[in-house]
Ligand binder design. Structure first.
Ligand code: BEZ
Ligand code: FE
Length: 300
């Protein structure tokens, strides 16, 4: 907010314009579209008026959005990245996954999910040759009354130790992603890689904006989950590694305290849960119990 004094006549002109633009949408046949457009206009005009946006600043914003459009293609979605770093993606997640009893919190989806990732058995390995420290992940899927959910489809994906998802290599590899199903008691387990921090793509206009505002592109170490089951609300979330130095400055605001988990470091001579031989290398283990809200719930 600037301190500039605005005259009554100037205020009247600005407010008249807002009213006129809002009224131009009065005849919108779809009431939801009308609500969204009129609210958008109100907020956009408030923004321009509040910061007293100069014409050259508006030109710069148009230039920026044009660059966001130019770098966007089937693989690179800079508009979603922009929404992510502005926290709009997370706000939309929050609005659409209302708190319900002890249901596990949702977080941002991200651009690196792939349909039809390999199916693994319970206890299988998602790494597919990706480099990183082995990590045993286990837990139970239940509903909000504590009943086990068997047959829940659990999709997991993560970056490798070099900070890249398989799809970022552009060589067709499929690694560090898979899906599995919980057993009849809701239990699941798998081998993955101990997550490490990595930057979101920052070689485009969104990266420039982060640099200009002294913000880091780095995401706190995490492992992605998407869990679906009959009659349950689909859960898209991550677990985060407790102690990660980026936890309080995740570039897309995805961290929720309830999703921060201990990844207990195990010495190389510690027996693995399934007898797997890790060649004496240290490994980690984490527990993540997943609670699914019923389908179609309104939050309370
Ligand atoms: C991710 O965690 O994969 C991600 C989320 C938002 C933007 C970029 C990457
Ligand atoms: Fe990620």
């Amino acid at each position: 907010m600037t301190d500039k004094k605005i005259s009554a006549e100037q205020t009247r002109r600005e407010e008249d314009l807002v009213r006129e633009v809002i009224a131009s949408f009065d005849g919108t046949p779809d009431p939801r579209l009308k609500e969204i457009m009129q609210s958008l206009v109100q907020h956009l005009h408030n923004f321009v008026r509040e910061v007293r946006l100069s014409e050259s600043e508006w030109d710069k914003m148009i230039e920026f959005l044009t660059a966001v459009g130019h770098i966007t293609d089937d693989w690179r979605q800079e508009f979603i990245l922009l929404s992510d770093v502005l926290g709009v993606s997370m706000q939309t997640v929050a609005v659409n996954n209302e708190a319900y009893k002890d249901a596990t919190e949702a977080t941002v989806f991200g651009p690196f999910f792939v349909q039809d990732a390999p199916l693994i058995e319970i206890g299988g390995d998602i790494a597919g040759g990706a480099p990183g420290q082995a990590c045993w992940v286990e837990g139970r899927v239940t509903d909000t009354d504590g009943n086990p959910i068997g047959g829940a489809r659990i999709e997991v994906w993560e970056a490798d130790d070099d900070g890249f998802y398989d799809v970022q290599y552009n060589d067709g590899r499929i690694a560090a992603r898979a899906h599995l199903f919980s057993d009849a008691d809701g239990n699941y387990s798998f081998w993955a890689l101990t997550p490490t921090p990595y930057p979101i793509p920052y070689d485009g206009p969104v990266g420039k904006m982060l640099t200009a505002t002294n913000r880091s592109p780095v995401r706190a170490s995490h492992l992605h989950f998407m869990v679906t089951a009959a009659k349950a609300r689909t859960l898209v979330t991550h677990i985060f590694v407790d102690g990660c130095e980026y936890m309080r400055r995740d570039s897309v605001f995805g961290v929720k305290d309830s999703l921060i988990k201990q990844f207990h470091l195990q010495a190389g001579d510690t027996p693995t849960p399934d007898g797997r031989d890790l060649g004496g290398q240290p490994w980690t283990r984490a527990k993540f119990d997943i609670v699914l809200a019923p389908e179609g719930v309104d939050g309370h």
